[in-house]
Write a protein that binds this ligand. Structure first.
Ligand SMILES: [Zn+2]
Length: 345
């Protein structure tokens, strides 16, 4: 691709650097500036589409990536990124069609091959699945023998819906998709660490073998994942992990004796600042302490500030307001003071 403008080249470099640094909004603007100078450069449209994907602006991402592929049909990275947009929108057929092409373009890339195989297994599973539709959820499940389980899950989700929406005075804007998997299928498709009971990535995915054996566990797992769904409807970004997992853990059930006991037994408890990062790389024992400490902090926040203030904090974070500024405004206390009071316990 010819570089028609040195200024466009400089803005492009700024844009990729911003994207690498996790500043997708800055990157988006820089790509737009570069496109204004060099509108037929496919790589710039690919960059803009990638930034939009990171920001979860799927319609914009799709438009930019499709434009990139019109300008340069052999731009494999744009096609791979476009496939990810379709995948996130649950259009597995189109995602797989595009990724098949990507796999022929980069035959040596085993990562591409693995992803394609995983998506195909997920598609095969979905083909076998049945659907039950409630007022607030659509529940997919595998066989006729799971129909009772799906009905039970839907009842449990409806109870969680009213209880948890009431806490925040907030409701998800649309029906929440739920997929019930067997344990094996679940790990295969989401690549969740072994210790995770369920997962939320826009769809609530619940491993039913095991979780379904005791009704109380099912209620707990579904309440936890529904809380994530509700939180995601308020803030799609900038969310500290302790707040997300802490709220989901508190709203699982009434008591926090398990969390008190776990923290009391721990040799050290990480600060909330540390717990703002992902728990994904933690060992099982570390994760237990992280969830317990997060739950206790979230409980304190709920008791002190209430669910409506927390919902407003989440909305601010989703709107891109700085965490400490949003916390001070909505909780009426600095985050440093809150963190200190949590650690004193
Ligand atoms: Zn969680």
């Amino acid at each position: 691709m010819a570089q028609s403008s040195p200024a466009a080249g400089m803005r492009e470099q700024d844009a990729w650097n911003a994207l690498d640094a996790g500043q997708a909004q800055v990157a988006e603007q820089a790509f737009r500036d570069a496109i204004a100078l060099d509108p037929k450069n496919a790589r710039l449209h690919m960059g803009l589409g990638t930034a939009a994907f990171v920001l979860r602006h799927d319609a914009d991402a799709k438009a930019s990536l499709e434009r990139a592929l019109v300008l340069a049909p052999d731009l494999t990275r744009a096609r791979a990124q476009l496939a990810q947009v379709f995948k996130r929108q649950n259009d597995l057929t189109e995602a797989i069609r595009l990724y098949e092409i990507v796999a022929t373009e980069v035959p040596a890339d085993t990562g591409v091959r693995d992803t394609l195989d995983r998506w195909k297994r997920e598609a095969e599973l979905h083909d076998r699945m049945r659907l039950t539709v409630g007022d607030f959820f659509t529940v997919s499940f595998e066989g006729a023998e799971d129909a009772d389980m799906a009905a039970q899950a839907l009842e449990s989700l409806n109870r969680a819906y009213w209880r948890i929406c009431d806490v925040f005075s907030a409701f998800p804007p649309k029906s929440v998709p739920v997929v019930l998997y067997s344990g094996e299928q679940f790990r295969d498709i989401t690549r969740s660490p072994q210790w995770a009971a369920a997962a939320f990535d826009g769809t609530i995915r619940v491993p039913m073998r095991g979780a379904g054996e005791k009704g109380e566990d099912l209620d707990r797992v579904l309440a936890h994942e529904f809380t994530h769904a509700l939180i995601r409807s308020l803030a799609t970004r900038n969310l500290p992990t302790w707040l997300n997992e802490g709220l989901a853990s508190v709203l699982e059930r009434d008591g926090l004796d398990w969390a008190e006991a776990r923290v009391a037994k721990a040799s050290s408890v990480p600060s909330l600042t540390v717990l703002s990062n992902s728990f994904g790389k933690m060992s099982g024992a570390e994760a237990q302490v992280a969830y317990a400490a997060s739950a206790l902090a979230a409980k304190r926040l709920l008791d002190e500030a209430g669910g409506i203030a927390i919902a407003n904090l989440l909305r601010d974070l989703g709107d891109g307001v700085d965490f400490e500024a949003a916390f001070l405004h909505r909780i009426q206390k600095s985050f440093a003071d809150f963190q200190a009071s949590v650690q004193q316990r």
